[in-house]
Design a binder for this molecule. Structure first.
Ligand code: MOS
Length: 750
């Protein structure tokens, strides 16, 4: 009966669950504290590990007072380079695209501040903490280099996760030469650290050569395989449990050194061990958004059409690994231009390796691009929204392919209307509020790829008509458990309160990566396919059963809904799942499904989510304090499975955009290489008072090609247009264009 579940264009027919703005399935568990996070696990015999972190950024550890630590009451063991058990895999090896080089006490070198240099294992957290303090490391220190200017530049082979480091189309120099107006500009973005509310944490327990880890993780199957390879055991000997994650943002998609150290500690002591990073330890070994410097050149003709767009980015990475923020690539797919060029340079310094952080590349890159576009509009004397419409890309500027869908024009229109953009004065410093504050309005285009990865799922119809879906999908606060369960219920044709949904565990079918804004699309596709597979089997049984009201419905087809199958041509004829199964004497019917992109569609279409963000800022004319008084974003991301959660994702991204524009920055002391603001007292993120009015509008979009569900993604796009919109609003309010993020009061005081 598969064909009855398909639209000819490739869309499947979802049922009554998807599209509903239901509240989170796990909401009550979370507000009552019943949801367990990794650090909540306390197996019998639990020990606590605390690592000593290097206070220098470059050099060698020359001495650790192991005796003092060991003598402390409660300390069970001290792990150093001298006694660290062997690993089956070299932590300095790059094994696959998602493997980072890790520090796991392989030698005495210090590569950045905050690197683990020894681990103390004790019967209490307090004893382990005091033991780690007593180690009092001494160092042979070299002068660190931590900035973009004093690092060592190199030409990268790739940026991001395997993306090409450069791209060329047309003749950029000729385009700039022929331009009526040219803008040449530069923007810097700082290092930002993920700092999810839940810090990195792990509980590791060995039973013989079976390892169980409770660890928040966005890529469960990859992590399970990696843990297995580090410890020389088959993947099926690793059980990874990650039922709830208190925010990941990319940081929890990558394995890190402290996790390996905790598992080693459990192996050394023969007891379960817990290791939880302190907030301060989050600044170092667990990834960050690398700093960038971006130079743009934009040429336009007299009518405002782009003649050339060049985007160069220098991105920082560590001495020993190579992840680079793919910032320049953010300008490849947004604006129509006959000529463009994107080039990345890497800069090595004595810092921890950066990694993916919510909209890696697009967040930093679009911040610079959207500001540069605003500069170009200003040079032309054209309204910045009008300028973006003049350069609207009807096809993908990089590949020339059509977009699988693109409702960006509607996003601009609906966002502008809601915001009240019409009537915006062209010149800066024209608007004031009643309190005398300068008011400015800015716009930015939001865009993010709509990728799919690989996922598998299993679905079961039970004899009582209820359903079960199993997939190692990842709930990290984004609402996956809820949205995916809505798809699951529709795949099985049941109401969602009749569905049991199991996720977040490596024993379940591989749910793929919760990253790249592709989790709903990928895991959702697998889930729906698994449900459809089970229903197809059920329908085959019913239509061949003479006693069934559906007997002979084969050609006409059946529809699955509310735990019943209906004849498509005559809905008065129906049977409940439980009746069908009872007659057939079946307790369960099982289906399997996979999610992945249709390769033909991937070949033919460019696939992105789009949006437009409008910002209003108010600036105190004397103190130059900046407030974002209003943000309106309008986003088109294909079919929306749960509008409430999608809105929450989008507004969350926009609020991060406020942080990017005005607050977030890790400052390294150039003398020591240590963060001077490595905690929540000094590392500022927006609070409620910083985000008084943030609205995300969902613009309807039908995408027949992106996948059978028509689903794109909403996890990362919210941050992308917002940073530029705010910076442009600051410029509009004050007349000052600030070339460095976050925008400080000092830059406006000039
Ligand atoms: Mo994300 S940076 O793909 O978790």
């Amino acid at each position: 009966m598969a064909e009855t579940l398909q639209f000819p264009t490739g869309h499947v027919r979802l049922g009554s669950n998807a599209g509903q703005p239901i509240t989170r399935r796990d909401g009550a568990l979370k507000v009552t504290g019943a949801a367990t996070y990794a650090a909540d696990n306390r197996p019998d015999g639990l020990l606590y590990a605390v690592y000593a972190a290097s206070s220098i950024a470059r050099g060698r550890v020359t001495h650790l007072d192991v005796a003092a630590a060991k003598a402390h009451p409660g300390v069970v063991e001290v792990m150093t380079t001298a006694n660290r058990p062997p690993l089956a895999r070299d932590p300095d090896a790059k094994v696959h695209m998602f493997s980072w080089r890790l520090e796991a006490l392989q030698d005495d070198r210090v590569r950045y501040a905050g690197q683990p240099v020894a681990v103390v294992i004790a019967s209490t957290l307090e004893a382990a903490t005091e033991g780690a303090r007593l180690l009092a490391p001494r160092y042979e220190s070299e002068a660190p280099r931590t900035g973009l200017d004093d690092g060592e530049a190199f030409a990268p082979e790739a940026v991001g996760v395997g993306a090409p480091p450069s791209f060329d189309k047309g003749d950029v120099e000729a385009g700039l030469e022929a331009a009526a107006h040219r803008v040449e500009t530069q923007y810097e973005t700082p290092a930002q650290y993920h700092n999810a509310l839940e810090p990195h944490a792990i509980v590791a327990a060995w039973e013989g050569d079976h390892l169980t880890v409770d660890v928040p993780n966005q890529a469960i199957a990859i992590a399970r395989n990696d843990f297995a390879s580090f410890f020389g055991i088959p993947p099926e000997n690793v059980t990874l449990r990650s039922p709830f994650i208190g925010g990941g943002f990319g940081s929890k998609a990558i394995l890190n050194g402290p996790q390996i150290l905790c598992i080693l500690a459990a192996r050394m002591t023969g007891q379960p061990v817990k290791l939880v990073l302190t907030r301060q330890q989050m600044f170092g070994p667990v990834g960050h958004r690398g700093a960038t410097r971006q130079a743009l050149r934009i040429g336009t003709d007299a009518d405002g059409r782009l003649t050339a767009l060049e985007h160069r980015a220098s991105a920082m990475t560590s001495r020993f690994d190579d992840f680079l923020e793919p910032a320049a690539n953010a300008s490849q797919n947004i604006y129509a231009t006959p000529a463009m060029r994107q080039i990345h340079t890497g800069v090595r310094a004595d810092i921890g390796t950066p990694g993916p952080m919510r909209a890696p590349g697009e967040a930093s890159g679009s911040a610079a691009l959207e500001c540069a576009m605003d500069e170009a509009a200003e040079a032309l004397g054209i309204d910045p929204l009008e300028f973006r419409l003049i350069n609207y890309a009807e096809t993908d500027p990089a590949s020339g392919k059509p977009f699988s869908s693109k409702a960006l024009r509607q996003c601009y229109a609906e966002g502008a209307k809601r915001f009240g953009w019409a009537g915006r004065p062209l010149a800066p410093r024209q608007m004031r509020d009643d309190a005398g504050h300068l008011v400015g309005w800015g716009v930015g285009t939001a865009m993010f790829p709509a990728p799919m990865f690989q996922a598998k799922a299993r679905a079961v119809v039970r004899e009582d008509g209820s359903g079960l879906v199993e997939i190692s999908a990842v709930e990290m606060g984004q609402g996956a458990l809820t949205a995916l369960a809505q798809i699951a219920a529709d795949g099985l044709g049941i109401d969602q309160d009749r569905l049991e949904f199991r996720a977040g565990n490596s024993e379940l079918p591989d749910g793929g990566v919760a990253g790249g804004s592709g989790h709903t699309a990928t895991a959702g596709s697998a889930i729906f396919a698994a449900g459809s597979d089970a229903i197809r089997k059920l329908a085959d049984i019913a239509t061949e059963d003479e006693a069934s009201p559906l007997f002979g419905a084969g050609n006409a087809g059946v529809v699955a809904r509310g735990g019943r199958l209906y004849r498509a041509d005559d809905e008065t004829r129906s049977a409940s799942y439980s009746d069908i199964m009872a007659r057939a004497g079946l307790a369960e019917i099982e289906g399997e499904g996979t999610g992945a992109r249709n390769p033909a569609n991937a070949e033919d279409y460019a696939m992105f989510s789009h949006g437009a963000v409008f910002a209003e800022v108010k600036v105190d004319p004397e103190l130059c304090q900046i407030r974002v008084s209003r943000l309106v974003g309008a986003f088109a991301a294909g079919r929306i499975i749960n509008p409430r959660l999608a809105e929450s994702q989008l507004t969350g991204g926009m609020i991060w955009g406020i942080g990017f524009a005005l607050h977030e920055e890790t400052v390294l002391d150039p003398r020591t290489g240590r963060p001077v603001n490595g905690d929540f007292a000094g590392y500022h993120i927006p609070v409620n008072a910083d985000a008084p009015s943030v609205e995300a509008l969902l613009v309807g979009e039908d995408d027949p090609y992106v996948n059978a569900l028509g689903v794109k993604g909403v996890g990362e796009i919210g941050i992308t247009g917002t940073v530029g919109a705010i910076a442009n609003a600051v410029r509009h309010a004050t007349g000052v264009r600030v070339g460095r993020f976050p925008i400080h009061i000092g830059a406006l005081l000039g």
